[in-house]
Design a protein around this ligand. Structure first.
Ligand code: C5P
Length: 297
């Protein structure tokens, strides 16, 4: 009697970060690409809100009302004046606290699953509105594909992608806290003028043509120096993937997952094998992009 929603991870192919705003957030030019690593969220009727989670890293996922998936159910219930009488189960495959927006994906998945279970009939615009209240990366998890996020990342403009890209994602031993990485970004920026963030037109053109070599030349993450400062061992992981033939290597979002763009599927498999053998990561997985957003299965 449940509704299951499959929801993708993301990689930021450009993450341009502006100065800290008065509200503590940072204005971004955030080029999101959904990748084919998925969590599944199932919503089923229950006497009261309950949450469970299985899969790699699930012991790190809070099961109380601080969990973004639980908050999504509560926000939808509040908007429609009903009780959040639902059991949510999260089957995790996206690295936990990895910079691939797994928690945001679970929130978008829970929101869509509850919406369908309860028959609220909310419009996509209403769902996106709730997503934006829940977190900066949640709206993108709902829509998937590729998009430019501005503001704190929640204002989305869909982007055209001309072909499939092959990636390898190396999950690190341990996680990084997103607020801590932004604080480190601010610390490293002290005494320096941080320019307003802007989307890179050449990168958007590379996405449109689907050319991995052109995209590799433009990949950029302004949070990378902060993530490397807090997690210096990631340098070894990046070097390992580059030596194995990655067209480009970067930290995914706030990290500590590292992302490697490959020329094709066989190159991705070779890079993943080299990363796995190196001991410089917990796991290395191949995935393609773009991937669809939250989808009822
Ligand atoms: O929006 P979300 O809850 O995902 O953000 C987590 C944290 O990341 C924020 O509390 C803030 O410290 C930081 N952040 C930021 N600027 C953004 C997005 C997130 O400073 N645009």
């Amino acid at each position: 009697m449940g509704v299951t929603v499959r929801v993708p991870a993301k990689v930021n192919v450009q993450l341009a970060v502006g100065p800290a705003r008065p509200d503590g957030f940072h204005d971004l030019a955030n080029v999101f690409l959904a990748v084919g690593l998925y969590d599944e969220v199932t919503a089923a009727p229950a006497p009261a809100l309950a949450l469970s989670c299985t899969g790699p890293g699930s012991e790190l996922v809070p099961l109380d009302e601080t969990n973004l998936a639980a908050r999504a159910a509560l926000a939808l219930a509040a908007r429609y004046g009903r009780r959040a009488d639902v059991r949510l189960h999260i089957a995790k495959d996206i690295p936990v606290a990895g910079g691939m927006a797994g928690g945001s994906a679970d929130a978008a998945g829970a929101l869509l699953a509850c919406d369908r279970l309860w028959g609220t009939g909310a419009s996509q615009a209403e769902l996106l509105d709730i997503c934006a209240e829940l977190g900066s990366d949640v709206p993108f998890a709902l829509v998937g594909g590729a998009a430019l996020g501005t503001g704190r990342g929640e204002k989305l403009e869909p982007l055209d992608v001309g072909g499939g890209f092959h990636w390898v994602f190396a999950a690190a031993e341990g996680g990084l806290s997103t607020p801590a990485v932004y604080r480190e970004f601010d610390r490293l920026a002290e005494g320096r003028r941080v320019p307003a963030p802007a989307a890179d037109e050449q990168l958007l053109a590379a996405l449109r043509t689907g050319d991995p070599h052109a995209l590799a030349a433009r990949l950029a993450n302004d949070l990378q120096p902060a993530a490397l400062s807090l997690f210096p061992a990631l340098r070894d992981t990046l070097a390992t993937g580059s030596a194995a033939g990655a067209l480009a290597a970067l930290v995914s979002g706030s990290g500590p997952t590292t992302a490697f763009l490959a020329a094709d599927e066989s190159a991705a498999e070779r890079i993943a094998a080299a990363l796995t053998a190196s001991g410089h990561c917990r796991t290395a997985r191949t995935a393609t992009s773009p991937a669809p957003g939250a989808t009822v299965v």
